[in-house]
Every structure is written in C-alpha cells, then in structure tokens.
Design a protein around this ligand. Structure first.
Ligand SMILES: [Zn+2]
Length: 119
C-alpha cells in the first residue's frame, strides 16, 4: 500500500528570477596581452620585455616599456629573444635589420635587465 493519496499540490512554483546575468566581467580583465615575437605566445605585458628601435635607429631593450620608437615584445627569456632574432620576426616587427653584434648585446642586456627586475 504505497499510495499515499496526497493532494498533489500542483506546483506552480514559478522558477523565480531569470538566472542572474552572469557577471559581464568576462574578458574584462585589465591585463594587456602582448605577443612574443619569439614563441608567438600572448602574455601579460609585464612578463615580456620590449625591444625598441629608437628614433636614432638603435635597437635596445626597454624594460620600462616607455621609450619612444617602434617596439616589439619578447618573453624575458634569452631563448625567445634569440628565436625572435633568428627567425627574423624581430627584424620584421621593428622594420629594420639587426646586426649580429646588436643581437649579442641585446642578449646580454636581457640578462642584466632580468637581474634588475625583482619579481
Ligand atoms: Zn616567448
């Protein structure tokens, strides 16, 4: 006898409230992404280092990201910098040729820039 005749209260339970709008914060983070010309990954700007071609046509690292000139980003990683130079992507981004000795000094700069940047 398992038939408790309950008055089946018709559940007119109005499923209240449309689902709260999912916070429109999606993809709204203030984290500017830049693409590394070495590995091609997009990363937060602060994880990359800017290489800039100054108005004087010098190619230098710009740890502050504030120097004027045409810039490109690479990871703070010598391997990426090297890759970026070797693949010519850095040259293309900066629209200039980068002589080997400049490449070398960039690598060296990257090392020292890294030492100066406490995370
Ligand atoms: Zn990279």
């Amino acid at each position: 006898m398992e038939d408790p005749k309950r008055s089946k209260a018709t559940k007119t339970e109005k499923s209240a409230a449309a689902p709260a709008k999912q916070s429109a914060a999606q993809g709204n983070k203030k984290m500017p992404l830049r693409r590394c010309v070495g590995c091609g990954e997009s990363k937060p700007k602060k994880e990359l280092i800017r290489v800039v071609r100054t108005p004087e046509a010098d190619i230098i690292l710009d740890p502050t990201g504030k120097k004027s000139g045409r810039g490109a980003y690479v990871c703070r990683d010598k391997a990426c910098l090297r890759k970026a130079m070797k693949s010519k992507r850095l040259e293309r981004s900066l629209e200039t040729e980068i002589p080997a000795d400049v490449c070398e000094s960039l690598e060296r700069e990257l090392e020292t820039a890294d030492e100066n940047t406490e995370k």
